[in-house]
Ligand binder design. Structure first.
Ligand code: FAD
Length: 373
């Protein structure tokens, strides 16, 4: 007996950062629904110098953030992602690194909600903790190298027929002509959600991150310093990266400047980063270290935490201020219902939540797929 043909559902994903791409990947692999996916974005894998998006500038490893202590959903996203990335290590896209967190105070011990999430967690004994630190935690973590990883996601998606379309979308009214009758849109525009008309989420704010990429043999350990329980403006961490295209590279971090939109490079800040990281890894100052890049990126954070939820919107948008821009798409005067699945506001943790967020978005998409399309 032949089974019923699977429905084809057009799906537009706005945003080609790690969140939009991972959602596309999970949706493209779904076995119940065939999603015909178009990714619409201003910045795409390959645009490594554009500071208008965050994904090229990440560490991009799993490390603990305070939100996981209080938000069960975030914890689930991170566990799913950690396990998935761990499994991907044999591909060479993910590096498993021995890791160390050193604390100037014992505040980090009050936030170890993540001890069962990572692998091989252990508290360091006094003799294993370098001066001047008071506490130390060791574990194994996962890291990807954003250009290699995002390029891989893009090529996998293209291989299964996902279409990439470069376009800046000013207003949700503009997507009417793209989404068709199914009217299913994923909004993964991160900081773009502040200015996208119809979303206008003023809870979104940047956290400026300046960093240095170096090439240096001998850096094997992910190592980070915490002055209190959370993150201060000056972060000190070294993240060795997997290298498909370049070997022995590491990410020296950096800054965590809340509300700072400045994407210009500050070489005096770079000097501070290099000096602080060299205290943790003196080999950085030895001959042979190459500075490959200085980066500044904006982490897309959100007051109240990430937004992952469905919203039902009627197009054309109705505005009490009468200031909706003219859109050709509205010329027919027809009303259309649009289902938007929002997935943005991942702050400093977009990579480490990506597979978990994408899994949740797929469930929301399937709940909202209209029958008969
Ligand atoms: C210095 C630094 C270190 C970091 N370290 C880590 C780390 O170690 N681990 C970790 O997990 N995360 C880390 N992050 C955070 C991580 O980079 C982000 O959380 C993640 O990249 C967010 O991905 P995204 O897809 O939501 O957004 P983005 O990468 O910003 O992508 C947004 C997409 O939407 C598009 N877009 C926006 N508006 C529009 C519009 N109106 N029309 C069309 N397209 C639009 C953009 O062009 C882009 O394609 C770090 C970030 C920085 C800056």
């Amino acid at each position: 007996m032949s089974s019923a043909p699977k429905p084809h559902v057009p799906l537009v994903i706005l945003g080609a950062g790690v969140i939009g791409l991972t959602i596309a990947y999970i949706a493209a692999c779904d076995s119940d629904v065939i999603f015909d996916i178009t990714i619409v974005a201003r910045d795409m894998p390959g645009d490594w110098d554009s500071q208008a998006w965050a994904s090229p500038f990440a560490g991009a490893s799993w490390s603990p953030h305070p939100l996981g202590a209080t938000d069960e959903r975030v914890r689930r996203w991170e566990q799913i992602t950690f396990d998935r990335l761990w499994e991907m290590a044999p591909s060479g896209l993910v590096k498993i690194s021995p890791s160390k967190i050193l604390g100037e105070t014992d505040a980090i011990l009050s936030t170890i909600w993540w001890k069962d999430l990572v692998r091989d967690f252990k508290l360091l004994s006094e003799s294993e903790i370098p001066a001047p630190y008071k506490v130390g935690i060791a574990f194994n973590t996962v890291t990807v190298n954003p250009p290699d990883y995002l390029s891989w996601l893009r090529s996998e998606l293209e291989a299964c027929g996902v279409v990439f379309r470069r376009q800046y979308i000013r207003s949700l009214d503009e997507v009417k002509s793209l989404v068709g009758k199914t009217s299913l849109l994923v909004n993964a525009t991160s900081l773009g959600s502040r200015s996208l008309i119809g979303v206008e989420d003023t809870a979104m704010y940047p956290i400026r991150g300046q960093s240095i990429i170096v090439q240096r043999t001998g850096l094997q350990e992910f190592i980070t310093v915490r002055s209190g329980g959370g993150l201060s403006e000056h972060v000190t961490s070294i993240t060795p990266r997997p290298g498909l295209t370049q070997t022995n590279t590491a990410f020296l971090n950096g800054t965590h400047q809340i509300g700072n939109w400045d994407t210009s490079l500050d070489m005096s800040v770079a000097k501070g980063i290099f000096e602080r990281c060299s205290v943790l890894a003196p080999c950085l100052k030895e001959e042979g270290t190459k500075i490959l890049r200085h980066n500044v990126g904006l982490r897309p954070d959100r007051k109240g935490g990430p937004r992952v939820e469905a919203e039902h919107i009627s197009l054309p948008l109705q505005r009490s201020d009468g200031l909706a821009p003219y859109m050709r798409e509205n010329a027919d005067g027809e009303q259309q219902n649009l289902t938007v699945i929002h997935a943005y506001g991942m702050g400093a943790a977009g990579y480490q939540r990506s597979w978990g967020v994408a899994t949740e978005v797929l469930s929301l998409l399937k709940e909202n797929v209209q029958t008969g399309c």
